[in-house]
Design a protein around this ligand. Structure first.
Ligand code: DGY
Length: 318
């Protein structure tokens, strides 16, 4: 009897890459089934799983898996996977970096301009028929981006892509990261970055060390005129502290694409503040990028199942 390896896919992906998989049994989760339950019910004899960042792969689920060789996540982030435990069981883990760097940096940079120049507020004003006074010198003044100081926390791929964009806007760029990098920006201490930046962009990974990295004490160190921009993971900010800092006018505003709990509820106080922009985790959400991510995620999975090196692999975790 021929042994056919089994693959579970939790979400339909863009492109035709899944249809091109031959010689494997591919099971895609029916849309009406809860992803977690479906995985629990099916993972026992699966050889590979292709998941997204909304699928939590913890010890419990991994203990059900008897044949699992690879977890391929359709994301660069892997904080939803207990990677240490997976690796200890000999299960390999892959992700989709690089292909989403530019689209994510575009989004974060765009959010920074949008909050500084009150783009969303202006749009709402017109839609609500509140643009009554016309143009006048003090009308809806925002804050300059060009020439301002951008402080980047975390100098990985997205931090570097932010730098590239910031140089085009003549921004003074400073950064803080665990290590120094060979980049065209000044390395400063965290306190100096918080004190000097007009915009603080969070570009670090989310992990135990960066959980609630930005808390009230750190907001207190920022300029009152500064903005915080987050496109990495919501949990790098203590959201209650951010709300308090915004309420108390400790900082000027925030542009957020990610939240402590997603989807963000419209009752969340952040949605009521004019000096806050919220978008629903759209960093990599372009047609082109999501297609490339699908290619990489499928290729990573199939390569490992067929004994070939994947394009990307998470080999260890600190
Ligand atoms: C990722 O891939 O981790 C991103 O958050 C998706 O936008």
């Amino acid at each position: 009897m021929i042994y056919v390896k089994k693959i579970l896919v939790t979400h339909k992906l863009p492109g035709n890459y899944l249809n091109e998989i031959k010689n494997y049994e591919v099971k895609i989760r029916p849309e009406n089934e809860n992803s977690e339950k479906w995985l629990l019910n099916n993972i026992k004899d699966a050889n590979g799983i292709l998941i997204t960042l909304t699928d939590k792969i913890d010890r419990e689920i991994l203990n059900y898996a008897e044949n699992l060789e690879v977890i391929s996540t359709y994301s660069v982030g892997y904080d939803h996977i207990d990677v240490k435990y997976a690796l200890s069981k000999g299960i390999r883990v892959t992700n989709t970096p690089e292909v989403l760097t530019d689209s994510t940096a575009d989004m974060i940079f765009g959010l920074m301009i949008a909050i500084a120049r009150r783009v969303v507020e202006g749009d709402k004003l017109i839609r609500n028929n509140k643009w009554e006074a016309g143009w006048y010198p003090q009308f809806m003044l925002g804050t300059d981006v060009s020439g301002a100081t951008l402080g980047i926390i975390g100098m990985g791929r997205i931090g570097r892509a932010m730098l590239q964009r910031a140089h085009g806007f003549n921004m003074k760029c400073i950064y803080y990261s665990k290590h120094r990098h060979d980049v065209d920006a000044e390395y400063v201490s965290l306190d100096e970055l918080l004190q000097k930046s007009d915009y603080v962009a969070l570009c670090m990974d989310y992990n135990k060390e960066t959980h609630h990295f930005m808390d009230y004490d750190k907001f207190l160190k920022m300029k009152k005129s500064a903005f915080i921009i987050n496109g990495t993971r919501g949990k790098v900010i203590n959201e209650n502290d951010l709300i308090k800092a915004l309420d108390n006018k400790i900082i000027k505003g925030a542009a957020l694409d990610v939240f402590e709990s997603e989807p963000l509820n419209s009752e969340n106080p952040l949605t009521k503040m004019d000096n806050v922009i919220v978008t629903p985790h759209l960093g990599s959400a372009t047609v082109e990028t999501r297609d490339k991510m699908a290619y990489v995620a499928v290729k990573n999975l199939i390569n490992i199942l067929s004994g070939v090196e994947p394009i990307y692999e998470i080999k260890n975790i600190s």
